[in-house]
Design a protein around this ligand. Structure first.
Ligand SMILES: Nc1ncnc2c1ncn2[C@@H]1O[C@H](COP(=O)(O)OP(=O)(O)OP(=O)(O)O)[C@@H](O)[C@H]1O
Length: 333
């Protein structure tokens, strides 16, 4: 089971005639059993991409292939694609078991068969004790899991998740991430998971596709995208904090991650003044304005080493922590 998107292009014409290029030539592949996370800021085209794969949005150009079959013109109902949305919309008057099986029943599958399948999926998702409950007797996370079960019960060829964890709290989100991974492993379908949460993308994805303005800027393992961002834009948008970018000589932009920037009291490096210090759990974020610069730089340092606002410091980093980008194109050098 695999999913391929080739050269997907989609333009919307808004009410007053303004045009928005939501997808600007997107190529993407989710391999069998792979969890691909699409990450990008609001408006970058993530939902449009999912909707196009599901068949809910037509493309102006490009193709969608599922298991090597071109499904570009195939209606949504015949694509064998499951789509789970952020807000799990369950039928309030139906018990969990019926909510999970309703799609299959509607497709005419025998009651017995549906029941067996519902039980299998419920077991995999740890939902068995909840099968007899009504939706209003479930927590937000449980409801989300029921929606996931409803998607998986159809044995889809591809499973698409549109910010499924956006409305659950942090603790539950961590647990749900593990569950999504487990579901994905046990069902072996390619999953495309859309989020704007970097931490989620890092934690979940076998690979991540970083999107901006309708384009995929880079698609690779989270570790590789973090270690070797393909462009300055990826370096700014992917990671726990945006990478610091400093103009340098010869049309080069230097990049250093805040996690790798050291704030020293003395020694060699770039002198500057501390502009602000913000607590951030065990660590703190320090903003330093280098002498003569217009843009301050961000450093993440342990609390014990935190300087005071106004203090004179020296910024230093190891040569191997330096990234280099082309100032004109933004491409990695
Ligand atoms: N039906 C539509 N009509 C006009 N413009 C649209 C339509 N749907 C989406 N757009 C525009 O296309 C662009 C991409 O939207 P999309 O919803 O795919 O982004 P997104 O990355 O999913 O954002 P978010 O994270 O906020 O959901 C946005 O600029 C959006 O305003």
């Amino acid at each position: 089971m695999s999913l391929v998107v080739e050269g997907a292009r989609k333009e919307f014409v808004a009410r007053r005639g303004a045009r928005v290029l939501a997808l600007d030539g997107v190529d993407l592949e989710a391999k069998p059993g792979e969890l691909l996370v699409v990450v990008g800021p609001s408006g970058s085209g993530k939902s449009t991409l999912l909707r196009a794969v599901a068949g809910l949005e037509s493309l102006d150009a490009g193709r969608v292939l599922i298991d090597d079959r071109d499904v570009t013109g195939v209606p949504a109902g015949r694509r064998d694609v499951a789509l789970v949305f952020q807000e799990a919309a369950l039928f309030p008057h139906l018990r969990v078991a019926a909510n999970i099986g309703i799609g299959e029943r509607a497709r005419g599958t025998r009651r017995r068969e549906v029941e067996t399948r519902v039980r299998e999926v419920a077991r995999a998702l740890d939902l068995e004790p909840l099968l007899g409950r009504m939706p209003d007797e479930l927590s937000g996370g449980e409801r989300q899991r029921v929606a996931l079960a409803r998607a998986m019960v159809r044995s889809p060829r591809v499973c698409l998740l549109d910010e499924p964890l956006a409305s659950v709290d942090t603790e539950l989100r961590l647990r749900m991430r593990a569950e999504i991974r487990a579901v994905q492993r046990s069902f072996g379908v390619p999953m495309v998971h859309v989020t704007h949460d970097q931490a989620e993308a890092m934690a979940l994805g076998d690979r991540v596709a970083v999107m901006a303005a309708g384009r995929v800027l880079q698609c690779d393992t989270p570790a590789e995208v973090y270690a070797r961002p393909a462009t300055a834009a990826v370096a700014r948008s992917f990671g726990p904090l945006p990478m610091n970018l400093l103009p340098a000589a010869d049309g080069v932009i230097l990049g250093v991650r805040p996690e790798r920037l050291r704030v020293c009291r003395e020694g060699r490096g770039r002198p500057g003044s501390v502009v602000a210090v913000e607590p951030s759990g065990e660590e703190c974020l320090v903003r330093v304005l280098p002498d003569g610069a217009e843009q301050d730089l961000l450093a993440r340092v342990p609390w014990a080493d935190a300087p005071h606002p106004g203090e004179r410091v020296v910024l230093a980093w190891r040569p191997e922590d330096e990234h280099r980008f082309d100032a004109a194109t933004g491409a990695r050098r």
